[in-house]
Design a protein. Structure first.
Length: 324
């Protein structure tokens, strides 16, 4: 009993010192002591983020064979490949916290792990690829620029590299929308319909309102998150409305109005019922996404086996050379 009291006092002291360090803006690195809750929430967030990058390749992959020109196809392929790279940085960052990649992937495949709600919507027309780049990557940048200052070093450093590529992704999407918006009446209609489909889901990417955010305030205190869900959502709206105006497209929100006093846009209610349904039931294409991921994993088994066998052979050769 006395031992337990001593341990509890030691842990409290360590947590206090940890918080003081975070407050001094010192980065936390993998070998440093950290509270269990800090480690757990980081593994949760970083692995969810990695899964989002992996699943996020699917809606765009759907358009590789139907891109309207060779240039569009090459750009789209490069973007999808970037997303795979982002997932690798992120899985590696989660591994520095003791998480195993196989376990993380298994959790995604058996439905225990979440990934961003946005990727459970289908890409119905080419304009959806423009809207994804413009809105989804745009929202991702707003969120991720603030994550570049995350207190955990490996995550923050991964985010810096990722943000550079996301800004290229955002621009390619906006450029697709610009061409469509300046095109024929039919093309402009396609662009408007894509904006109508993706606007609310993009706002949901930032997560529930601050009052309903489960991890928000704890993560802000630990400086994992630097800005709250609502703050970032507002920043995204304020940034995106003038971009839609430039395109000559209408944001599908009758309540959207500039608020002079706040220096920000007021906007209408978000359909959180739909958000919950998407998280629980996977949304319009949720099951299809996981099926596709499982298939890709199974189809890639021979590659993993060959790579492991090759690594094993090299290791054996090295050991033999060292012994001689
Ligand atoms: N989709 C799915 N789940 C979501 C969500 C969303 N849009 N928003 C919130 N949630 C989940 C949370 O994960 C949490 O569930 P859990 O307890 O089971 O893990 C629950 O809803 C409550 O939300 P909180 O606000 O309490 O959660 P957080 O404090 O973690 O904030 C977050 C949510 C803002 C998404 C935060 O985790 C975050 O910033 N994550 C990193 C960024 C990220 O994952 N981005 C993915 C976007 S897509 C992308 O980057 C790919 C690019 O190529 C476009």
């Amino acid at each position: 009993m006395a031992d337990l009291t001593v341990h509890a006092a030691q842990d409290a002291g360590r947590e206090e010192a940890f918080q003081a360090r975070v407050d001094r803006e010192e980065r936390v690195e993998p070998k440093d002591w950290m509270p269990d809750g800090y480690r757990k929430t980081l593994v949760r967030q970083i692995s969810q983020h990695a899964h989002s990058e992996v699943v996020g390749m699917l809606p765009e992959g759907n358009w590789v064979t139907r891109a309207p020109s060779l240039r569009r196809k090459a750009v789209l392929l490069a973007k999808i490949q970037d997303e795979a790279g982002h997932a690798l940085y992120l899985y590696s960052a989660a591994e520095t916290l003791g998480a195993s990649r196989d376990e993380m992937v298994e959790a995604l495949h058996d439905g225990r792990a979440k990934y961003s709600s946005i990727f459970n919507y289908p890409t119905l027309t080419w304009a959806d690829i423009g809207a994804i780049g413009w809105l989804v990557d745009g929202a991702a940048i707003v969120n991720q620029v603030s994550l570049c200052r995350c207190s955990y070093g490996p995550y923050a450093r991964a985010m810096e590299r990722i943000c550079k590529e996301e800004s290229f992704h955002q621009r390619q999407g906006y450029e697709i929308m610009t061409v469509l918006a300046q095109g024929t009446a039919e093309q402009k209609k396609m662009a408007q319909e894509a904006l109508n489909r993706w606007w609310q889901p993009a706002l949901m990417m930032f997560g529930p309102h601050d009052s309903d955010s489960v991890h928000g305030s704890r993560n802000m205190a630990w400086k994992i998150k630097r800005k709250s869900n609502d703050h970032l959502r507002q920043q995204f709206i304020d940034m995106t409305v003038p971009q839609a105006e430039y395109l000559g497209l209408a944001i599908p929100d009758p309540d959207l109005k500039w608020n002079e006093e706040r220096g920000s846009y007021d906007f209408g209610p978000i359909d959180w019922g739909e958000f919950e349904r998407v998280l629980k039931g996977g949304g319009p294409v949720g099951r299809e996404r996981i099926r596709a991921r499982r298939k890709a994993w199974d189809d890639g088994a021979w590659v993993r086996e060959a790579a492991m066998a090759h690594a094993e052979k090299r290791r054996a050769r090295k050991m033999q050379a060292a012994a001689e």
